[in-house]
Design a protein around this ligand. Sequence first.
Ligand code: ADP
Ligand code: ASP
Ligand code: MG
Length: 815
Amino acid sequence: MKTLKFGGTSVANAANIQKCLSIILEKAKHDRLAVVVSAFSGVTDLLLQASEKAAAKDTGYRLLFQEIEGKHKTAIDELIPAVEQAEIIASVQSELQQLKTLLDGCYLLGERSPRTTDAIAGMGELISAQIIAKALQLQLPESNFKDSRELIVTDANYGKAQVNFETTNTLIKDYFSSSNQKVTLLPGFIARDKNNNTTTLGRGGSDYTAAIIANGIQANDLEIWTDVNGMFTANPKLVKQAQPIATISYQEAMELSHFGAKVLYPPTIQPVLKSQIPIWIKNTFEPDAEGTFICAHPEGVTNPIKGISHIDKIALVTLEGSGMIGVAGSSKRLFEVLSREQINVIFITQASSEHSICVGIQTQDASKAQTAINTEFALEIAQGKIDACQVETELCIVALVGENMKNHQGISGKMFSTLGKNNVNIRAIAQGASERNISVVINEKDVKKALNTLHERFFEDNLKQLNLFVMGVGNVGEKFLDQIHQQKKFLKENLKLNVRVVALANSKKMVFEEEGIALKDWKSALEQGVPADAKQFIANIKSLNLRNSIFVDNTANESVAMLYEHFLKESVAVVTCNKIACSSDYPHYRKLKDLSRQYNAPFLFETNVGAGLPIIDTLKHLIASGDKVHKIQAVLSGSLNFIFNNFSSTYSFHDVVKEAGIQGFTEPDPKIDLSGVDVARKILILIRESGYQMNMEAIDNRCFLPEACMQTTNNPDFFASLIQHEAHFNALLDEAKAKDCRIKFVAEFDQGKASVGLQFIPKEHPFYNLEGKDNIVLFYTDRYVDQPLLIKGAGAGAAVTASGIFADVIRIGNF
Ligand code: ADP
Ligand code: ASP
Ligand code: MG
């Protein structure tokens, strides 16, 4: 014989019930079956709500009753031909009438006892099973309905009754050996106490009913038919990448379900464990999918972790104080109080000093637990030996489960570092003595991030997801998005990085898409976005709370630079080509670097100097390895280099500057380049990264622009002023020619002093042959004394800057 169980969604409506019937009919060709069904999806919740309302003297219960009545009548109409309906309508009517009487009773009395609540809650299964049995009988006459209350006997612990297995097993065995039906349909969830009052087996308890029946008839196997393809590596509703587990041991399944894998009600394993009746978890809506096989010794399993599960709405109750040290029995008393109050303890840790003990319970039990514990320890609390018990709520437990974990080292280390990198604060830790699970208590708001990042770490072949929030889609931003789009596949296959752009914004619009914006169409996605709003942008990042989040600033905007600290404080990494933050006043620069360290959030700005050239990264390595920078000489403006390399007697200064702008070699405001401010910012950043404390005012900027050009306030006026002062620029050119030199805009740092300005460079100098928009930096350090360390290459342009940003993003990916 086989036992099958169909859950709430599987029997949610007539169409779904037909799917169940086909599965039952197919199986019945080969085996005798006991089939357990749940209430129609949502009905148990409706029943409980109705009884709660009635007991609170809220007439709204009547509407809920009508809803329940309607659901069942519709199912009858759709499943059973009119001519066959009379009998089933009569019996369903009689159950509904009884339900109505119970609800009216609660309303009149203004209360509901646990016994009444069970009688009401169990109605869902009682009615659904009769309807389904009738529909089945029409297709398979050798089938019947059997009320589980006649077979399963429990104590009177209403809401979660304990089964009397001795009596129950005998009743089940006797019934099925005397019955000759091919299929017997039974309601899940309900049972009776010795006084024949209806009891229930706990929410989700139909799985348990099926296991009790399977054990009673010593079935060949137990099949739990539900709405997913098995037991998954994590809750598939929260972790998109979760996969069904092919095989799993009883203990592991029990552990996963105990820690929240709702697909299986935790007590279900226990009745079938002893006789080793295997369990299949199958999908009613995809019957051909393999499903999960639960047995004593699963084969062919390599991953030490089988699954990750979580329980939300947890409260931590902590009892601490010097009075607990060395005093035998404190923990015994604590657990006795909790047991007396029927409070289920899900999680326990004790500090090794015995100074404190901490238990995790459901939030709904928290205040009851607090009162009871404080009463129990009232004397010690009054004497100041123990502190009044503390309760923290809005927590959840996340557990890694796997039988093989005990044979592998370092799993907890990996777990904690993965959570730590994502700024998930761990409140408490426990490892089961069996070493079959490691569980941590974290804030409820972090649960999705924690599950996904752990899943990525332990199951996804180390594929790491990077979530980018990008501001600025100008020259650089556009190239950056193109590069990500182009390289997506490569990154996934070769670097195991899955890079998604979750948000895009320019000064007018912003768009968020948690699953990642389709990059081939980003322009229209942005156009259809909502008005840009920095506050909202930050709030969205915060509420999405995604793992490996990176804010990318492709703007040159001061207000954007001022947002970084908000991101870093949320452990969101910052990658920027915008120089404003790092060249702002020293305390602000320092603060950003400190926040980055404190919140474990990388802050990378390689493109601030030399676009895509690895200048800052090299400098960081020099410093980290103990070297000291004494002197820096550099040509850091690709734009000025381009301008002075092309400026000639036949190509006017104004025209060259214009061309540099068109080719994307200048800042949007070219005066920032020509005034030397941009170069001053760059040398300042190099000086700071070399470990010196300096501000902009300390840099001697020997500006070559005439005062009138500097006075302009917009681009057209600025360009006009360049024409007006053509003679000034031509004079510079003539002087260079006369000296047989080339003009370079040089930044220098030496002996603690910094300057930027034009220099006439002779032929033998390494700067002389600097072509196009190239940059060059010479670092003179303790180790590079005579010959400086030289870095040279293209130092401006949207494509190289974008690739520098890209490289920073990848650096974070490998972090
Ligand atoms: P049924 O009504 O069939 O008893 P449940 O709703 O009780 O179904 O259980 C199935 C649900 O359990 C799935 O839809 C899924 O959302 C949830 N679930 C939570 N954790 C897991 C997991 N690890 N594997 C599979 N499902 C899970
Ligand atoms: N109908 C019950 C519940 O919703 C039992 C079950 O579906 O397993 O809890
Ligand atoms: Mg269930």
